[in-house]
Design a protein around this ligand. Structure first.
Ligand code: CU
Length: 175
C-alpha cells in the first residue's frame, strides 16, 4: 500500500515536470505533411500536447479504401519514399515490449488504432495516446507517423500484418 502511494506521487511529479519542460502554451503543436511512395503530398498531421499525453489528428487522401494501420516509427526520416520508408525504422518502443493491443507483451509505445479510408481515398481520424510525449517525438532521432497499406490486426509481429508503408510524415527531424 505504501509503495503504491509513493509511485503515484512520483508519477505526479514526473507529469508536472514534463508539463513545464515542454512549454504548454505556444509551442505544444507539431505539424507535418504525409507523403506517399512517390514523394507526393497525401495528407496532414497535427499533434498537440495535452495534460496526459498527445492528441493526434490525421487527414489523408489518395489511399486505398478500408482500414489502415497507423503507428509512430522511431526515426524522423521519410526521405526514402521510393524504398518503402525504411529509414523511419521500427515502431517507437521500449525494451521488451511487443507489437499490438492484443498481444500480452504489447503494445509498442508507437502503436495507434487503425484509420478508416473511404471509397474516395480520403479519411480522417483523431487519436490519443499517453505512451508518448511531444518532446519524445522531437528527440534526437525524431519520429515519423506512418500509415500502412492494410489493417493492423493488433497482434502480428512486428507490425500487425499491416503490410507496406504507404504514407509517412516527419514529426521530429532526425539529426
Ligand atoms: Cu508501422
Amino acid at each position: 500500500m505504501m509503495k503504491k502511494h509513493l509511485l503515484a506521487v512520483l508519477m505526479g511529479a514526473g507529469l508536472t515536470f514534463g508539463f513545464v519542460a515542454q512549454g504548454f502554451a505556444a509551442d505544444n503543436l507539431l505539424h507535418a505533411k504525409l507523403i506517399d511512395p512517390n514523394g507526393k503530398e497525401t495528407g496532414l498531421i497535427e499533434v498537440q500536447g495535452t495534460y496526459k499525453g498527445i492528441l493526434i489528428s490525421v487527414s489523408a487522401e489518395g489511399l486505398s479504401p478500408g482500414w489502415h494501420g497507423v503507428h509512430f516509427h522511431g526515426t524522423g526520416d521519410c526521405s526514402d519514399h521510393m524504398d518503402h520508408f525504411k529509414k523511419s525504422g521500427g515502431h517507437m518502443n521500449k525494451e521488451g515490449q511487443t507489437h499490438g493491443y492484443l498481444d500480452a507483451k504489447g503494445p509498442h509505445l508507437g502503436d495507434l488504432p487503425n484509420i478508416w479510408i473511404n471509397k474516395d481515398g480520403t479519411g480522417k481520424a483523431d487519436f490519443f495516446t499517453d505512451s508518448i510525449t511531444l518532446s519524445e517525438l522531437a528527440d534526437r532521432d525524431g519520429a515519423a507517423l506512418m500509415i500502412h497499406a492494410g489493417a493492423d490486426d493488433y497482434k502480428g509481429q512486428p507490425a500487425g500484418n499491416s503490410g507496406d508503408r504507404v504514407a509517412c510524415g516527419v514529426l521530429g527531424q532526425s539529426d
